[in-house]
Ligand binder design. Sequence first.
Ligand SMILES: Cc1ncc(COP(=O)(O)O)c(C=O)c1O
Length: 351
Amino acid sequence: MNKPRYYFINERKHASLDFATMGFDYLACPWRFEAVFQHGIWRVRGIVEDTTMHLPEGSQCLHYGQELFEGMKVQTGADGKLYAFRPLDNARRLNAGADYLCGPPVPEELFLRGVEEVTQANAPYVPPYGTGASLYVRPFYLGIGDNVGVKPASSYVFRIFVSPVGPYFKGGFGPEKGQKFRVSQYDRAAPHGTGHIKAGGNYACSFFPGRDAKSQGYAEALYLDPQEHKYIDEIGAANFLALKKNTLLTPKSTSVLPSITRRSLMRIASDLFQWPTEERKIALDELDEIDAAACCGTAAVITWIQEIHDSDRKWQFPFDERWKKLYDKLVGIQTATEEDPFSWRYEIKLG
Ligand SMILES: Cc1ncc(COP(=O)(O)O)c(C=O)c1O
C-alpha cells in the first residue's frame, strides 16, 4: 500500500475571513499543487508554497498562448463533509484542450489527486456551509521551455491554486437576482476555432467586448455565433438557457464552452423533473418567443437574465420559478441536502 505523501492535520478551524461578504476575488491560500511534465513523464512536485512561478522566458504559454485552465468549486456540505462537483469532467475538458493545443494529457488520476491534496492542505479556507461562499479551485496547464519558434512545448506545468470566493456577478448570484446583458458586436471565438476548449487566449479576446458591455452598464457581453451572427452562443463565462413553454433550451454551437453546470442542469431537468430539453440553435430573433432566460456556470450557478439589449432591440424576461427549482436542486446535490442520483459529488476526506 502506498504511504501517504503528506499528513494533513485538519481540525478544520476556519480561517478568520468574512466568508459571507466576499466577492469573486483572488485570495492567496497557503498551498498549491504542482506537477511537471518533462522527458515524457509527469513528475509530481506535490504541495508547494510559492505563489510565484519561475518560467523560461521563451515559454510557449507566454508567447503563443499554449495555456489552459479549469474552474470548479469545493463546498462544505450540510453534513460537514467537503465536496467537489464532477471534477472528473473538468479533467476531461482540460484534456480535450491539451489534445487541441498539442500537449500531453494530464492523467485523470493526477488531476483528481491534485484537487484533493490542494483542498486538504487549504482546508481552513473552505467556507463553512450556509455562507454562500465556496472554495474556487483553479487547475491550469502551461507549455514551457527555452523556445522561440511557433511550435508546441516539450515541457509542461500543471498547477492548481485555490481561493475562497463569493458571488461572481456584482450584486450577488442566484436565480432571483436579475442581470442585464448586451449583445456584442464582437466575437469571443472563431467558428471551428478554440471556443469549445478553455484556452487562456479565448479569455484575453473577451476583455475588450466585456469592457465595452460593462462600460454601458451591463453585467457582461452576450456573444452571437461567429459565423452568421444570428444565433446565441454564450454570455461572458456562462452558457445560455431559455424556457420556451415547457421546454428547457440551450444553444448548440461549436464555439461555446461545454459547461459542466449546463450539462448538470439539463440532466436534472430531463431526468429528475421530466421537462423536455433541447440543445439546438437559438436565433436571437427567437428571443421574441422565449418565456424566460438564464445563464449558468460554476461561478454564475444559474442566474436569471432580466434584460438583453441589442443595438435597436430590447427583450425583458420575467423571473421564472423554474430557475429557482433548478438552482435549489443543483445546489442541494452539490451540498448534500439532496440525494445524489448521478454520483456527481466527490468527497474530499480530511485527515
Ligand atoms: C466561456 C465559458 N462558458 C461557460 C462556462 C461555464 O462552464 P462550467 O459550468 O463548466 O463552469 C465557463 C466557465 O468555465 C466559461 O469560461
